[in-house]
Design a protein around this ligand. Structure first.
Ligand SMILES: [Zn+2]
Length: 297
């Protein structure tokens, strides 16, 4: 039995084919630049996925998905996906059952299901990429219902702060998404149009302006994470997404600020860690949602 998991991001779309027949394993995976039209996405998928017969498909989307209406009602980083019947489109194309989930929920469920399930019951994951996403596991299952239940990237960490892509002011994402990290570096150095990868590499080579920017990023990150910890009181919060590859630059600093910012009574009950599945957590999450669905059938 084969399923395909598709993770539509603001920049790239990833896919992974999983085989459940024996022990679950990934048969093939890849990515392409997220196109501007759904028809082009299907063209690109068919180039990569010919010859497979899928029993189920899981799709992670960067926005608020309403399961009753089958609509992404809000996608701050990818407006083109809004207001189309996405599940219907994918079901027509693949001719099988399709699960649509918010991408942050998908990554969270993947990391929980494959890495943490046997150890803990309450868990939060934050994904740092083009945007900031995440999800909450409460009592062993993903917190959610007919619509995306949390938008952790859009909690306010600075009410006098920057404008966010969502239209609000001072969101977590406006400081800890890739654009936000760039903006901090621009404020510190005056250099415009830097790439986040370059900023982290400069930080690794002890460039003082990059180091100040990443210190500020660690502070912003701890601020968002501590508020989330105060609300959900999870046993563990993991940091995933593309930015997590630069953990050597920011993780220790983030833990230091986090322990000062969190509600004192929770200080010793929450641990911070970097995601093990990193950028593939979403793909594994799609597989995990399929396993969950198939076991309920
Ligand atoms: Zn926002």
């Amino acid at each position: 039995m084969k399923i395909v998991s598709i993770d539509i991001g603001g920049t790239n779309t990833k896919y992974g084919v999983f085989d459940f027949s024996d022990e679950m394993r990934i048969l093939t995976s890849g990515y392409f630049k997220t196109p501007k039209k759904i028809e082009i996405m299907f063209d690109l998928l068919s180039q990569s996925l010919t010859g497979y017969n899928f029993s189920m498909v899981a799709v992670g989307v960067p926005g608020v998905y309403n399961k009753v209406l089958d609509k992404i009602v809000y996608a701050p980083n990818l407006h083109l996906l809004e207001h189309i019947n996405i599940k219907q489109n994918f079901e027509d194309y693949f001719n099988c059952e399709v699960i649509i989930e918010n991408d942050g929920n998908m990554a969270t469920f993947g990391e929980y299901f494959f890495i943490e399930k046997e150890k803990i019951k309450n868990f939060v994951m934050i994904t740092l990429g083009t945007g900031v996403g995440g999800g909450v596991i409460y009592n062993g299952d993903i917190l959610g219902g007919n619509t995306t239940i949390t938008e952790l990237g859009h909690i306010t960490i600075n009410f006098n702060g920057r404008k966010c892509g969502c239209g609000k002011t001072g969101c977590f994402e406006a400081y800890c998404g890739m654009k936000g990290i760039n903006e901090t570096y621009m404020e510190v150095s005056g250099v415009t149009n830097s790439k986040v990868d370059e900023i982290f590499k400069r930080c690794q080579s002890k460039d003082s302006l990059a180091k100040i920017s990443i210190e500020l990023f660690s502070y912003h990150l701890a601020s968002g994470l501590s508020s989330i910890a105060n609300i959900f009181s999870p046993e563990k919060i993991k940091i995933g997404g593309g930015v997590s590859f630069y953990q050597n630059c920011f993780f220790k600093k983030t833990v230091k600020y986090f322990s000062k910012m969190i509600f004192p009574a929770f200080k010793n009950s929450v641990t911070l860690e970097i995601s093990e599945l990193k950028n593939n957590a979403g793909l594994y999450g799609g597989a995990a949602f399929c396993i969950k669905k198939l076991s309920n059938h």
